[in-house]
Design a protein around this ligand. Structure first.
Ligand SMILES: O=C(O)CCC(=O)C(=O)O
Ligand SMILES: [Fe+2]
Length: 229
Protein backbone atom coordinates (compact mmCIF):
# COMPACT_ATOMS: atom_id res chain seq x y z
CA UNK A 1 0.00 0.00 0.00
CA UNK A 2 1.28 3.47 -0.85
CA UNK A 3 0.71 6.10 1.78
CA UNK A 4 0.59 9.66 0.54
CA UNK A 5 1.47 12.08 3.32
CA UNK A 6 -0.18 15.34 2.49
CA UNK A 7 1.20 17.33 5.40
CA UNK A 8 3.62 15.08 7.18
CA UNK A 9 2.20 12.52 9.53
CA UNK A 10 -0.73 14.70 10.55
CA UNK A 11 -4.18 14.12 9.11
CA UNK A 12 -7.68 14.51 10.41
CA UNK A 13 -9.89 11.46 10.25
CA UNK A 14 -13.41 11.32 8.82
CA UNK A 15 -14.79 10.82 12.33
CA UNK A 16 -13.24 14.15 13.42
CA UNK A 17 -15.77 16.01 11.28
CA UNK A 18 -19.17 16.81 12.78
CA UNK A 19 -22.35 16.99 10.72
CA UNK A 20 -22.75 20.58 9.53
CA UNK A 21 -25.75 22.48 10.84
CA UNK A 22 -25.57 26.13 9.78
CA UNK A 23 -27.29 28.82 11.80
CA UNK A 24 -27.43 32.25 10.14
CA UNK A 25 -26.74 34.46 13.16
CA UNK A 26 -26.89 37.63 11.06
CA UNK A 27 -27.44 38.11 7.36
CA UNK A 28 -24.63 36.14 5.64
CA UNK A 29 -22.87 35.20 8.89
CA UNK A 30 -23.08 31.48 9.61
CA UNK A 31 -22.10 29.30 12.56
CA UNK A 32 -21.96 25.50 12.51
CA UNK A 33 -20.49 22.62 14.48
CA UNK A 34 -17.47 21.48 12.50
CA UNK A 35 -14.77 19.52 14.34
CA UNK A 36 -15.03 17.21 17.32
CA UNK A 37 -13.04 18.05 20.47
CA UNK A 38 -10.43 15.39 19.82
CA UNK A 39 -9.75 16.53 16.27
CA UNK A 40 -9.47 20.17 17.35
CA UNK A 41 -7.06 19.23 20.10
CA UNK A 42 -4.94 17.18 17.71
CA UNK A 43 -4.60 20.17 15.37
CA UNK A 44 -3.36 22.30 18.27
CA UNK A 45 -0.91 19.62 19.44
CA UNK A 46 0.47 19.36 15.92
CA UNK A 47 0.81 23.14 15.63
CA UNK A 48 2.66 23.22 18.96
CA UNK A 49 4.91 20.35 17.96
CA UNK A 50 5.85 22.02 14.68
CA UNK A 51 6.35 25.38 16.33
CA UNK A 52 8.78 23.92 18.84
CA UNK A 53 10.67 22.25 16.06
CA UNK A 54 11.01 25.23 13.82
CA UNK A 55 11.18 28.06 16.28
CA UNK A 56 14.64 29.51 16.50
CA UNK A 57 14.72 32.88 18.21
CA UNK A 58 14.72 34.79 14.92
CA UNK A 59 11.84 32.77 13.51
CA UNK A 60 9.83 33.41 16.65
CA UNK A 61 10.46 37.12 16.33
CA UNK A 62 8.97 37.15 12.83
CA UNK A 63 6.14 34.75 13.22
CA UNK A 64 3.15 37.10 13.47
CA UNK A 65 0.62 35.91 10.93
CA UNK A 66 -0.60 39.43 10.09
CA UNK A 67 0.14 43.01 11.01
CA UNK A 68 -2.92 42.96 13.28
CA UNK A 69 -1.66 40.15 15.50
CA UNK A 70 1.34 40.14 17.83
CA UNK A 71 0.88 36.42 18.45
CA UNK A 72 -0.16 33.43 16.41
CA UNK A 73 1.46 31.70 13.47
CA UNK A 74 0.76 31.17 9.78
CA UNK A 75 0.05 27.63 8.60
CA UNK A 76 2.51 28.17 5.78
CA UNK A 77 5.39 28.71 8.19
CA UNK A 78 4.50 25.38 9.80
CA UNK A 79 4.12 23.52 6.52
CA UNK A 80 0.44 22.94 7.34
CA UNK A 81 -1.36 24.93 4.64
CA UNK A 82 -2.84 21.78 3.18
CA UNK A 83 -4.93 21.42 6.31
CA UNK A 84 -7.33 24.08 5.01
CA UNK A 85 -7.47 22.51 1.53
CA UNK A 86 -8.30 19.28 3.27
CA UNK A 87 -11.05 20.86 5.39
CA UNK A 88 -12.65 22.26 2.24
CA UNK A 89 -12.21 19.07 0.26
CA UNK A 90 -13.91 17.05 2.95
CA UNK A 91 -16.83 19.42 3.51
CA UNK A 92 -19.17 19.45 0.53
CA UNK A 93 -21.76 21.20 2.70
CA UNK A 94 -19.34 24.04 3.35
CA UNK A 95 -18.39 24.37 -0.32
CA UNK A 96 -22.06 24.41 -1.15
CA UNK A 97 -22.68 27.26 1.32
CA UNK A 98 -19.75 29.23 -0.14
CA UNK A 99 -21.17 28.86 -3.64
CA UNK A 100 -24.81 29.49 -2.74
CA UNK A 101 -24.47 32.34 -0.30
CA UNK A 102 -21.16 33.95 -1.29
CA UNK A 103 -21.15 33.24 -5.03
CA UNK A 104 -21.50 36.93 -5.91
CA UNK A 105 -18.20 37.69 -4.13
CA UNK A 106 -16.16 34.76 -5.44
CA UNK A 107 -17.30 32.07 -3.00
CA UNK A 108 -17.97 29.76 -5.94
CA UNK A 109 -14.43 30.09 -7.33
CA UNK A 110 -12.16 29.94 -4.28
CA UNK A 111 -8.71 28.87 -5.45
CA UNK A 112 -6.38 30.05 -2.70
CA UNK A 113 -6.17 31.00 0.94
CA UNK A 114 -4.00 32.63 3.56
CA UNK A 115 -4.43 30.77 6.82
CA UNK A 116 -3.11 31.18 10.34
CA UNK A 117 -3.70 30.55 14.00
CA UNK A 118 -4.66 33.35 16.34
CA UNK A 119 -3.83 33.12 20.03
CA UNK A 120 -5.48 35.22 22.74
CA UNK A 121 -4.72 35.10 26.44
CA UNK A 122 -2.16 36.02 29.06
CA UNK A 123 0.76 35.27 26.75
CA UNK A 124 -1.11 36.04 23.52
CA UNK A 125 -3.11 38.90 22.05
CA UNK A 126 -5.70 40.61 24.19
CA UNK A 127 -8.20 41.73 21.55
CA UNK A 128 -8.43 42.88 17.92
CA UNK A 129 -9.67 46.19 16.56
CA UNK A 130 -12.30 46.97 13.91
CA UNK A 131 -11.22 45.69 10.49
CA UNK A 132 -12.12 43.78 7.35
CA UNK A 133 -10.23 40.74 6.08
CA UNK A 134 -8.17 40.40 2.91
CA UNK A 135 -10.43 37.54 1.85
CA UNK A 136 -13.51 36.93 -0.23
CA UNK A 137 -14.87 34.69 2.52
CA UNK A 138 -13.35 33.97 5.94
CA UNK A 139 -13.49 30.72 7.87
CA UNK A 140 -12.95 31.12 11.60
CA UNK A 141 -12.71 27.81 13.47
CA UNK A 142 -12.33 27.74 17.24
CA UNK A 143 -9.92 25.00 18.27
CA UNK A 144 -9.70 25.68 22.02
CA UNK A 145 -8.78 26.02 24.74
CA UNK A 146 -10.78 27.19 27.79
CA UNK A 147 -11.62 30.88 27.94
CA UNK A 148 -14.16 33.57 28.65
CA UNK A 149 -14.62 36.80 26.74
CA UNK A 150 -12.85 37.22 23.40
CA UNK A 151 -16.16 37.42 21.54
CA UNK A 152 -16.14 38.00 17.79
CA UNK A 153 -18.28 41.06 17.13
CA UNK A 154 -19.70 41.52 13.62
CA UNK A 155 -20.32 45.17 12.68
CA UNK A 156 -22.08 45.23 9.32
CA UNK A 157 -21.03 44.35 5.78
CA UNK A 158 -19.82 47.15 3.52
CA UNK A 159 -18.39 47.73 0.09
CA UNK A 160 -14.96 49.34 -0.11
CA UNK A 161 -16.40 52.79 -0.59
CA UNK A 162 -18.51 52.59 2.56
CA UNK A 163 -16.08 50.72 4.80
CA UNK A 164 -15.75 53.51 7.36
CA UNK A 165 -19.45 54.33 7.67
CA UNK A 166 -21.11 53.99 11.09
CA UNK A 167 -22.51 50.75 12.45
CA UNK A 168 -26.29 50.89 12.13
CA UNK A 169 -28.69 49.72 14.80
CA UNK A 170 -29.17 45.97 14.65
CA UNK A 171 -25.89 45.37 12.82
CA UNK A 172 -23.83 44.51 15.90
CA UNK A 173 -23.81 40.77 16.51
CA UNK A 174 -21.67 39.19 19.20
CA UNK A 175 -20.54 35.62 18.57
CA UNK A 176 -19.37 33.54 21.51
CA UNK A 177 -16.69 31.23 20.18
CA UNK A 178 -16.92 27.60 21.20
CA UNK A 179 -14.29 24.96 20.45
CA UNK A 180 -15.22 22.91 17.40
CA UNK A 181 -17.54 25.57 15.96
CA UNK A 182 -16.89 27.30 12.65
CA UNK A 183 -17.93 30.86 11.75
CA UNK A 184 -18.24 31.76 8.04
CA UNK A 185 -18.51 35.39 6.92
CA UNK A 186 -17.63 37.62 3.99
CA UNK A 187 -14.23 39.28 4.10
CA UNK A 188 -15.93 42.66 3.72
CA UNK A 189 -18.03 42.07 6.82
CA UNK A 190 -16.50 44.40 9.39
CA UNK A 191 -15.62 42.88 12.77
CA UNK A 192 -13.50 43.08 15.91
CA UNK A 193 -12.61 40.87 18.87
CA UNK A 194 -13.46 41.96 22.42
CA UNK A 195 -10.89 41.54 25.21
CA UNK A 196 -10.31 38.06 26.55
CA UNK A 197 -11.18 37.83 30.25
CA UNK A 198 -9.75 34.46 31.29
CA UNK A 199 -7.94 31.53 29.74
CA UNK A 200 -6.60 31.10 26.23
CA UNK A 201 -8.42 31.06 22.90
CA UNK A 202 -6.85 29.65 19.74
CA UNK A 203 -8.67 29.74 16.39
CA UNK A 204 -7.79 28.77 12.87
CA UNK A 205 -8.50 31.64 10.48
CA UNK A 206 -8.62 30.98 6.73
CA UNK A 207 -8.87 33.95 4.37
CA UNK A 208 -10.34 32.26 1.29
CA UNK A 209 -9.53 33.98 -1.99
CA UNK A 210 -10.70 33.79 -5.58
CA UNK A 211 -8.22 34.91 -8.21
CA UNK A 212 -10.96 35.18 -10.84
CA UNK A 213 -13.09 37.42 -8.60
CA UNK A 214 -10.07 39.62 -7.86
CA UNK A 215 -9.34 39.87 -11.55
CA UNK A 216 -12.79 41.21 -12.43
CA UNK A 217 -13.06 44.78 -13.58
CA UNK A 218 -14.28 46.85 -10.72
CA UNK A 219 -17.86 45.94 -9.95
CA UNK A 220 -20.64 48.49 -9.47
CA UNK A 221 -19.64 51.11 -6.94
CA UNK A 222 -22.02 49.90 -4.26
CA UNK A 223 -23.25 46.29 -4.56
CA UNK A 224 -26.53 44.93 -3.20
CA UNK A 225 -24.89 43.32 -0.21
CA UNK A 226 -23.50 46.57 1.16
CA UNK A 227 -25.42 47.49 4.32
CA UNK A 228 -25.10 51.22 3.65
CA UNK A 229 -27.11 53.45 3.65
O1 LIG B 1 -10.17 35.87 16.62
C1 LIG B 1 -11.15 35.95 15.91
O2 LIG B 1 -12.22 35.40 16.18
C2 LIG B 1 -11.10 36.79 14.65
C3 LIG B 1 -9.72 37.06 14.10
C4 LIG B 1 -9.79 37.94 12.92
O3 LIG B 1 -10.75 38.61 12.67
C5 LIG B 1 -8.65 38.02 11.99
O4 LIG B 1 -7.59 37.47 12.28
O5 LIG B 1 -8.80 38.65 10.93
FE1 LIG C 1 -10.68 39.37 10.73
Amino acid sequence: MVLIMKYGPFELQPEDFLPLDFTEVERDVFVTPFLGAEGAERVLLEVDRRERKRATASERAHRQPSSMHDHGVSLQSLGMEALVDDLLARSPGLRDLLARRFGSVGGDSIDGHYSYLVDYGRSGDEDLGFHVDDSEVTLNLCLGETFSGSELVMLGRRCDEHRQTPVRSGETVEILHEPGFLVVHAGRHRHRVDPIRTGRRRNLIAWLRSSSYRGLDSSPACPDWCGWP
